[in-house]
Design a protein around this ligand. Structure first.
Ligand code: SAM
Length: 246
């Protein structure tokens, strides 16, 4: 098979992930719209809706990990006034470059900072943020449990963890359509627009391997979070998990 990542050693995985995002960074936003049919926009709106940051009157600091080209942080900044500030942290300098331009174009560089860093070893002090978000990022991380412990560490007590990720669709027929889309449409779209199907085969494979809703919720609890819950989006094609650092 051409699933190039299947048998890579754990120590090599992140390097390969980084190559994928370095390669697709310039086309990432377009590909996201094409491959999800625009659905990722609604899911990200739901994420900010569930976070419900205070619109004004109280300083609120968000850390958006694996924030890439900035979709979540930009939505957050638009949903809050000047009291809402965000840090985008991503391991890929290429993705951050695209994000930096988008943040500047939106005139939000005063409220959104971009920092290169690994979700497994965040370059921030303990208890620094009111909320931690990660959208379509955690499945790329080699040690998910370590990333969850880091999320807990950088949150203030009372802070909120929210994760948006592809998950298990259990709706008959929709699950079949989704499989066809994943295995047939996405790699072809990738090849057409990026000239290379391999990064998108990685994408599909990483989605298949990611723990399902209940098991992922247990991993979040194991990292110390309380009141862990999730919501399915689009029949479970994606899911949002929420937890609190008490
Ligand atoms: N959150 C953005 C969104 O929803 O559009 C980007 C998601 S993109 C599918 C995954 C991002 O995770 C990439 O920007 C990649 O560089 C980043 N990433 C992968 N491994 C990471 C790690 N260990 N730490 C931080 N970011 C990582």
């Amino acid at each position: 098979t051409s699933f190039g990542f299947r048998n890579v050693a754990e120590g090599e995985r992140q390097g390969l992930v980084n190559e994928v995002f370095a390669k697709v960074a310039q086309r990432y936003d377009l590909m996201n719209d094409l491959m999800s049919g625009g659905l990722h926009r609604l899911w990200k709106d739901d994420l900010i809706g569930w976070l419900a940051p205070p619109r004004s009157g109280r300083a609120f600091r968000l850390l958006d990990v694996a924030g890439g080209t900035g979709d979540v942080a930009l939505r957050f900044a638009r949903a809050t006034d000047t009291d809402g500030t965000a840090v985008i942290c991503d391991i890929s300098p290429e993705m951050l470059d695209v994000g930096r331009h988008r943040v500047a174009d939106a005139g939000l560089d005063g409220r959104i900072e971009l920092v290169e860093g690994n979700a497994e070893a965040l370059p921030f002090p303990d208890r620094a943020f009111d909320a931690y978000t990660i959208a379509f990022g955690i499945r790329n991380v080699t040690h998910i449990d370590q990333a969850l412990r880091e999320a807990y560490r950088v949150l203030k007590p009372g802070g909120r963890f929210l994760c948006l990720e592809f998950s298990e669709c259990r709706i008959p027929l929709l699950d079949r359509v989704y499989d066809f889309h994943s295995f047939e449409v996405i790699p072809r779209l990738g090849k057409l627009t990026a000239g290379d199907a391999q990064p998108y085969e990685y994408l599909v494979e990483s989605i298949r391997k990611f723990p399902k809703q209940e098991r992922f919720a247990d991993m979040i609890r194991a990292a110390g979070f309380s009141q862990v819950k999730y919501r399915n989006l689009s029949g479970g094609i994606a899911a949002m998990h929420s937890g609190w650092r008490i």
